[in-house]
Each structure stands twice: as C-alpha cells, then as structure tokens.
Design a protein around this ligand. Structure first.
Ligand code: AMP
Ligand code: MG
Length: 434
C-alpha cells in the first residue's frame, strides 16, 4: 500500500493549504485499498453487500424460446401464404401451457394455442396475440380454425429467445457491485442460492470538543449538543458498515490517545469530527500525527475547509483516518465528497460517480472562483414545466437545518464565479447519495 507521503511527493502542484477537491480525492484514492476478507451468504442476506467475485450465468435465461403473449404459435412462413383478402387461416392442433412441454409440432397450415411463457412448439417462430384472431370453433372430430389479418404480425413477433436475458457463460454481475433488489432477483433467476461478498467494513467514530454535551446532559453555558455523531451514524448506516460509536472524547491527551488507539485496533476506518481547524488549541491533531501517516489539509471548498487524512497504527493494527471539521454541515459535506468514495473503495465496491444534473437556478448565488462550493439546494418543478433549483435559506456551515431542508447540493465548480438568476447550475441529488 503506497504511503501518503510517497503519493504526495509525486505531485508537482501540491499545496496542502489550498488543496482542490479533485486533488484531495485523487490522493485519497491512491492510498485506500480494499479489505480482503469475504463471506458466503444466502442471496437474501446479501442485499446492499459488495459482490466479491463475478457471477457467471450457469444457464440460459430463459432456458427455451417461449411466447411473450397469450395467442397462437405458428411458422412465420404462413404469413406470405395469406389468401386473397390478406387473411391467414390455420388449424389449431393443441394448447401449450407455461411450464408444460407440448409433444406436438405443427406443420404448414397449423397452429398451437399458446400461453405467455409456454415453450414455443417445434417449427414455430411467431405468435399472433389472441385479440387479433377470430376463432371458428370445430366440433366432433373437427379442429378449431383461426383466422387473422397477415399484417397483424411479422415473422418472429412475440417470441422470447432462449438466452436473450442472459446466455449461459455470460457475466451476470461483476465483482464490486453493491447488490440491489433487482440483482437478488437476477441471481434467483439463475438458480444461484449463495454468493461471496466482501466482509463488512468496521468504522469507528467519535466527536471531540470540550463544549460538547450528550443528549440527556444539561446544556451548560457555551455548550452544544453533540449532533455530529448522530449524523455520522445515519450516513454510515446507509453505507451498510458496522458501526463503533465511541461517544464524545474529552480534549485530554490521555483520553484522546486511548480513543484513537482503541479505534484503530478495532476498525478499518476511524472518523472524528472537530479539532482539526487551524489554531485549534487542542491535542487532537498532535495525537493523530503521532500515531501515523497523517496530513492536515485546508481544502479549497466551502463548507468544510480543514480535514485530516491518513493512516494511523497501534499495536500492529492500522486504520484509515478521516479527521473531519467540527461544523455540522461541514461534517456532512466532507463525508459525502471524500469519505463516502473512500469507504466504497475500502469495501471493494465499484460505484459510478453520482450524476450532476444541469438545471436553472431561480436565484442569484454569490461565489468566489478558486474553491468548490456545495450549497444546499431545493430542486422543484418550475412554472415553465421544467425544474429549477434555489438555495435553502441560511448557508452557514453550522446551520444543519439547511441540510435537512435541502434535497440536493448545488455544486459550484472550482473555477466558477457568481451565478445570476436564470443561469444553469450543476446539482447533485441527495437521492442516491444518502
Ligand atoms: P471545530 O472544528 O472543533 O473548531 O468546531 C467547529 C464548530 O463546530 C464549533 O462551533 C463546534 O462547537 C461545533 N462542533 C464541533 N463538534 C461538534 C459536534 N460533535 N456536534 C455539534 N457541533 C459541533
Ligand atoms: Mg473544537
């Protein structure tokens, strides 16, 4: 695993005091490696887990050519033998039900009544849906006759081909996929009962700051309730990791060192909030630096400027470290724009970048070039029938309500300047992110 210092020393334009978001993410991406452990799970238990190896289809799905409609199966050549009025007439020699093998093969001039999903009889490649067909009932010893317009279907219509969903030997799901509901169904359709997934990540987290009080404690003057641990709990739960909530740690060297050591001995990643800003009079940064390969960045972004990143070790165990800022909105923004991708990488997941959508801003937004901003936005239908975004009220990095009210980030790129009302801006929806 490359050390942080070796990654950083390869960069020609590295400035830890004004680090662009993209560069910070590139550095993090080079340092983080996937955990190795795997486990075998029944497919239902594997929802939201990371597939550890490719799944190759052991069968053709569907296993046979079959009918996509209730109707009549016949050979498409019959369509060109239509009579003077453009009608095709066929004799019905039997009925094919789903799940039932029919032993008969119609010849020219014959058809088989067929239900959706039933195997196509030998010699048939086309199904005419029953609603296009007039049936002339037969009787004693006489078979039913059907009549339909030749232009009601073309040869090959309404037939599902063997293996059209997945051919035997074809890759059904790739390693690194986070399993979604459709994937569980897909695995079941292949008859696959169990799969190998990566072991769950263990993530330890705690809050630092002597002003923090836990719920249930009296709020002394100058104190605030610790909210970051709850936000982190929620964000980490959504990533489906094992949580180790270590509470609030006092700004005391012995308590902090004990907390960092215990965290990195028991977890794959450690996330803290608070104590990483410049001029912080506490011990958090000193102890982070002493326990490992950690750098302290000022990222060219808003909110969320200070952040510590690296790897800490204790008693032969090590863990990734993210020292997030203390401000409640900054915690969420840095989590979503740095930590989330890093944890995905550590859990072995291959996750496509979230889409940015370009929509109209209904308001002017002030913005300085030279930093990326993540304003909290509300995307809603506009009067013109399209969609427009506006900022939530107060955008201060301590105003957690802005995250609660928003349904997207308005992502204002590093180089970009202010936005006028009516300009197009990039938004990243919270759906899929959170
Ligand atoms: P810091 O990064 O430690 O300077 O903290 C910046 C601001 O965030 C201060 O106003 C802190 O009181 C506040 N803060 C820090 N940690 C928390 C937390 N766990 N919950 C709520 N607010 C916090
Ligand atoms: Mg602090």
């Amino acid at each position: 695993m490359p050390s942080l210092q070796s990654v950083i020393s390869c960069l020609s334009d590295y400035d830890p005091t004004a680090l662009p978001v993209a560069q910070a993410n590139a550095i993090i991406g080079q340092v983080v490696e996937p955990v190795r452990g795997t486990e075998q799970l029944a497919i239902r238990a594997a929802l939201d887990r990371v597939l550890a190896e490719d799944v190759v289809s052991p069968i053709d799905v569907p296993a046979h050519d079959n009918s996509a409609m209730d109707g009549y199966a016949f050979h498409g050549a019959a369509l060109s033998s239509a009579g003077a009025r453009g009608d095709v007439m066929l004799e019905v020699i039997g009925t094919a039900y789903a799940g039932d093998a029919l032993g008969v093969a119609p010849t020219a001039g014959q058809a088989v009544r067929i239900m959706t999903g039933a195997v196509m009889p030998d010699g048939c490649d086309t199904v005419v849906p029953q609603e296009y067909v007039a049936v002339q009932p037969g009787g004693n010893q006489i078979r039913d006759q059907i009549r339909f317009a030749a232009d009601a279907v073309r040869p090959g219509d309404n037939r599902r081909l063997r293996g059209e969903d997945l051919a035997r030997g074809q890759a059904a799901l790739a390693a690194g996929r986070i399993l979604q509901p459709a994937d569980l169904g897909l695995l079941a359709s292949l008859g696959v009962a169990e799969i190998k997934v990566r072991r769950k990540l263990r993530v330890a987290f705690f809050s630092t700051g002597d002003e923090l009080r836990s719920i249930g404690e009296p709020l002394d003057p100058g104190c605030v309730y610790d909210s970051n641990r709850y936000t982190l709990h929620g964000m980490l739960r959504r990533l489906n990791v094992e949580l180790i909530d270590m509470g609030v740690v006092r700004d005391d060297p012995a308590a902090l060192e004990a907390a960092f050591r215990s965290a990195c001995e028991n977890a794959d990643a450690v996330i803290t909030s608070g104590g990483v800003s410049v001029g912080e009079a506490d011990y958090t940064k000193q102890i982070m630096a002493r326990l490992g390969d950690v750098t302290f960045w000022k990222i060219a972004m808003r909110p969320g400027r200070p952040m510590a990143f690296g790897r800490i070790a204790s008693n032969g165990r090590d863990a990734l470290l993210f020292g997030l800022p203390g401000n409640p909105v900054a915690v969420m923004v840095t989590f979503y724009h740095f930590v989330r991708a890093a944890l995905h990488r550590q859990m072995g997941a291959h996750v496509a970048p979230l889409p940015l959508m370009r929509v109209r801003s209904s308001v002017a937004i002030r913005k300085k070039p030279g930093r990326t901003e993540y304003q909290r936005g509300i995307l809603a239908p506009a009067a013109d029938g399209g969609w427009a975004v506006r900022v939530t009220g107060q955008q201060g990095s301590g105003v957690l309500r802005s995250m609660s009210e928003a349904n997207c980030f308005i992502v204002l790129a590093h180089e970009q300047g202010s936005v006028s009302a009516g300009d197009m801006v990039d938004v990243m929806l919270f759906d899929g992110l959170m």
